[in-house]
Design a binder for this molecule. Structure first.
Ligand SMILES: [Zn+2]
Length: 317
């Protein structure tokens, strides 16, 4: 099957309008062929779920937003997100380091308000809610991967529930809340397949002055500029590629004012560049030579980046 822009689309794909301006007027920027990473020699779950499908990134001609088009249909997302295996017994290190998130949101946490409530969506094993709870904040987490929720519950982290953005309202109801003071999503927004639906819901559950914190990779970064098509962050699970400008515009649509965007300082990002280039050439070489890796190699092992992540703090207007 071909779309009107001559992009071959498989039966598990659907074409989408620009998630930012909602128009359907784009040009293709990168096209990755099916089997770019041979499944016999590479682990590729986040590229294409081991399927013979390509990946296409496009840029909206109206608003310049970059996104994946076509994307996996929602009913086929299980192919792209095989249930990840969680360790039976978690260790403290498995929760990750969220101290930089806590530092970013701390000025907005009203510790005198006993009703203050935080929810982390896409919480994995609940590392961020756990840290917030340890700092006296009433916090919950939502995670779609059952294995991770089970492991977290077993460890004893409180208020970790299975679900997605759609389940936010019922999680709030469980805690007798109708809105959420602090909503966090770390490395989640770039995975959404219905971002407008999700943010309409999120926005309806936050009142004026309440806080939203997001982290995601940014497309106007040094790594993206230098490594282009081989940039570490480009793969099939990542549908949305925000820049500092487009994330601000996107959140504005839902009544949020961005108050802060943190990213690695430019000079520090530069320090990563030589290491990135070493990876870049190694990666290009293996692709060109068709290296047969035994045992299989993770496809992104030597895909380069320059720590191109941003943290966004926004306030509901
Ligand atoms: Zn657009």
């Amino acid at each position: 099957m071909q779309s009107e822009n001559n992009i071959p689309i498989s039966s598990i794909h659907r074409m989408v309008d620009c998630p930012l301006c909602e128009k359907n007027n784009f040009k293709v920027i990168y096209k990755y062929k099916p089997n770019r990473y041979n499944h016999n020699y590479f682990y590729t779950p986040s590229w294409d779920g081991g399927l013979e499908v390509g990946l296409t990134l496009v840029k909206c001609k109206s608003c310049n937003f970059k996104y994946q088009n076509p994307i996996f249909k929602d009913e086929d997302l299980n192919l792209l997100y095989p249930e990840s295996i969680a360790p039976e017994n978690l260790k403290p290190a498995d929760f990750g380091d969220f101290s930089f998130i806590y530092k970013a949101v701390k000025p907005y946490i009203d510790s005198s308000n006993k009703d203050f409530f935080a929810v982390d969506i896409g919480t994995r094993v609940g590392g961020l809610p756990k840290l917030l709870q340890e700092n006296g904040v009433n916090a919950a987490g939502i995670e779609m991967n059952k294995a991770l929720v089970r492991a977290s519950n077993k460890y004893g982290v409180k208020n970790i529930y299975e679900g997605k953005v759609d389940n936010l309202k019922e999680v709030l109801q469980k805690h007798n809340k109708s809105n959420v003071d602090l909503l966090t999503m770390t490395d989640v927004i770039e995975h959404l397949t219905n971002p407008n639906k999700d943010f309409k819901l999120i926005s309806s559950l936050q009142k004026s002055g309440q806080i939203l914190l997001l982290t995601t990779m940014f497309d106007d970064s040094l790594g993206r500029f230098f490594f282009g098509k081989e940039w570490y962050y480009i793969h099939a699970q990542h549908t949305l590629y925000f820049s500092r400008k487009t994330i601000t515009e996107f959140l504005h649509k839902f009544g949020y004012k961005v108050v802060k965007i943190d990213s690695i300082p430019f000079y520090k990002s530069l320090i990563h560049l030589p290491k990135g280039y070493t990876k870049f050439f190694k990666h290009k070489w293996h692709l060109l030579a068709g290296t047969k890796f035994t045992p299989k190699k993770w496809f992104a092992d030597d895909r380069p980046e320059c720590q191109d992540m941003m943290t966004i703090v926004a306030i509901k207007s």
